[in-house]
Write a protein that binds this ligand. Structure first.
Ligand SMILES: Cc1cc2nc3c(=O)[nH]c(=O)nc-3n(C[C@H](O)[C@H](O)[C@H](O)COP(=O)(O)OP(=O)(O)OC[C@H]3O[C@@H](n4cnc5c(N)ncnc54)[C@H](O)[C@@H]3O)c2cc1C
Length: 539
């Protein structure tokens, strides 16, 4: 067994921020299931929203976030994040992140504008912001004496008082599989932080990296934490459509800088769907593209920025230019073929303003959490900001809390399992799940489709649980078990929402109800930790 002050699971922006804010004062063990760089954070292109310009204001950023959130944001969380935005960005600047400069701007940085924002407020490092942030912070993580980094370690489950037979609501650490040796290790911690990101891999088409399998949401749920708003899955409207371009996203900033969406014959279509045209929030744009593609039987639509000067395009979007160029598309002269893809998990484990979950000494930071910032829909570039602000808040809370007591924790028991006999079952179930989630629980939902998905999830859950009981755990099995549970939470939440709002659209309930609430699911009904955030709940 390994003991540490703080166990952080994940290595995206949420994990790195939390770790670096803690490491001066305590010992941190950071587990990540692939390499330190593997995360959605490293793939972020657009940037980080914060009020940095003189002609912008905190109130305007709050207003834009609340408008996007369609009545379901927690206003206290929104204010907390927006008010802490400037300090969060300043911290990144101090860490050495090379944001794109602009001497003509009072902030000293170039700020872009994205859909749903009423001002230019997105600070960025050209069109590869995530890569720049991740690279800078990873260097600090690797060189910090108080941080033990364990790559290729996938957390399996949290260790709770419940499981140890204690009458408490504590989290004592986690079990994790070392993917290089096959050994399951026990990590005991005074505080545990889930920073495992989202669940894009639940869907067939996603902009997310392979690591986004909903592990933290599933681990938290099994440990007894409530989840909220899992029906709000955000589909990015513009993912590059090309047989050799897996998950390559064309940032919203292309539309922000004048990119136009067109049908194959060159006609614009967004103004027929929303007066804001290409600058409408991304759910509206995604639904409009889905509608046009289904109506006309198209494989893709086109995003065209070729009317802008070539130097402007290459200067602002070098990564997209290079990637498309490599695939034979010159974006300075021709439009880019695009389709929507699952992009962001809007719901997650319920947390308060200190990132605390329903379990004592368990925190959730980043996309794994439901802080109330996004409500029914995420405003572009608010999520990296959320990682920064709540990472810091979690660290501050941890530093003033005593943590879980030291107790005896049994090692992982693998005495009753054998090596898996048919790995093909995993591959098959994985494909099946992602395809029916895409077909039945995608951009447009219906009661029938949700019921079909629910039936299939029941079957898959039985099969996977059986497999889990009998065979030695593997990376694929852990991920699939988590994916099917996350899919179940998405479907159950979508079935509870009898309206269309934000990222959830049902043809059976196309209107928005005048009164609504958050979709809260509780794994242990009647048992809620008193300190944890309470959301107004959908009945
Ligand atoms: C292509 C793309 C572009 C985006 N662009 C922007 C943008 O411009 N601006 C913006 O604000 N947001 C953007 N987003 C969203 C944003 O990147 C994410 O919401 C944010 O990075 C999430 O950070 P995170 O730290 O919570 O999770 P992640 O960055 O996804 O990190 C999760 C980490 O947890 C690890 N992990 C997961 N499960 C386990 C386990 N069981 N055991 C151990 N480790 C585990 C993963 O390997 C990974 O390291 C974008 C997302 C994508 C996919």
């Amino acid at each position: 067994m390994q003991r540490t002050d703080v166990l952080i699971i994940g290595s995206g922006l949420a994990a790195l921020t939390t770790a670096l804010h803690l490491a001066e004062t305590c010992q941190v063990t950071l587990l990540t299931k692939k390499t330190l760089q593997d995360s959605a954070s490293a793939w972020a292109q657009g940037g980080i929203a914060a009020v940095l310009a003189d002609d912008d204001s905190i109130e305007a950023h709050i207003r834009d976030t609340l408008t996007a959130g369609a009545g379901l944001c927690n206003e206290a969380a929104v204010r907390f994040v927006v008010e802490n935005g400037r300090a969060a960005v300043q911290w990144l600047v101090e860490q050495g992140v090379p944001f794109t400069a602009d001497a003509s701007n009072a902030s000293g940085f170039h700020l872009t504008r994205e859909g749903g924002h009423s001002a230019r407020r997105i600070i960025h490092a050209t069109d590869a912001t995530g890569r720049a942030v991740q690279k800078t912070l990873c260097e600090h993580i690797r060189s910090h004496a108080n941080i033990t980094l364990l790559e290729q370690h996938i957390a399996i489950d949290l260790i709770t008082g419940d499981k140890l037979g204690f009458d408490d609501r504590n989290c004592y650490g986690a079990y994790a599989l070392d993917n290089t040796t096959g050994e399951v290790k026990t990590f005991a911690a005074r505080h545990t932080v889930l920073a495992t990101g989202g669940a894009g891999k639940v869907y067939l088409y996603t902009t997310n990296p392979d690591v986004a399998t909903g592990d933290g949401i599933a681990m938290g749920w099994r440990a007894g934490c409530r989840v909220a708003n899992m029906e709000f899955m955000q589909f990015h409207p513009t993912c590059l459509y090309h047989p050799h371009a897996k998950s390559f996203l064309i940032t919203e900033a292309v539309r922000g800088e004048g990119g136009l969406l067109k049908l194959p014959d060159g006609t614009r279509f967004m103004t027929a769907h929303d007066p804001r045209g290409e600058l409408a929030p991304r759910d509206i744009v995604a639904r409009a593209i889905d509608f046009e593609m289904k109506k006309r039987g198209l494989d893709s639509v086109y995003l065209d920025i070729s009317h802008k000067p070539a130097e402007f395009i290459i200067e602002h979007f070098p990564t997209i230019y290079d990637r498309c160029r490599a695939l034979g598309i010159d974006i300075t002269r021709e439009p880019i073929p695009v389709v929507p893809a699952m992009h962001f998990t809007g719901g997650g484990l319920i947390t308060d303003l200190a990132a605390r979950t329903d379990l004592q000494h368990l925190y959730a930071v980043g996309e794994v959490a439901c802080t109330g910032l996004h409500g029914a829909n995420r405003l572009a570039s608010n999520s990296l900001l959320e990682c920064l602000v709540f990472g810091r808040a979690a660290a501050a809370d941890i530093l003033t809390s005593p943590g879980a007591p030291e107790v005896e924790i049994p090692e992982w028991d693998a005495s009753r399992v054998t090596d898996a006999d048919e790995e093909i079952v995993l591959a098959h179930n994985w494909d099946e799940l992602r395809r029916f989630m895409w077909d039945y629980v995608g951009i447009v939902r219906t009661n029938k489709r949700l019921a079909r998905a629910a039936r299939r999830i029941r079957l898959l859950t039985e099969e996977i649980n059986e497999y889990y009981k009998n065979f030695r755990v593997s990376n694929d099995l852990i991920e699939l078990r988590n994916l099917v549970l996350t899919a179940d939470l998405i479907v159950r939440s979508a079935q509870l929402r009898r309206e269309s709002r934000g990222l959830h659209f049902s043809s059976d309930y196309p209107d928005m109800l005048p009164i609504t609430g958050n979709t809260v699911l509780n794994p242990r009904p009647g048992r809620v930790c008193p300190g944890a955030c309470d959301l107004p709940t959908l009945e």
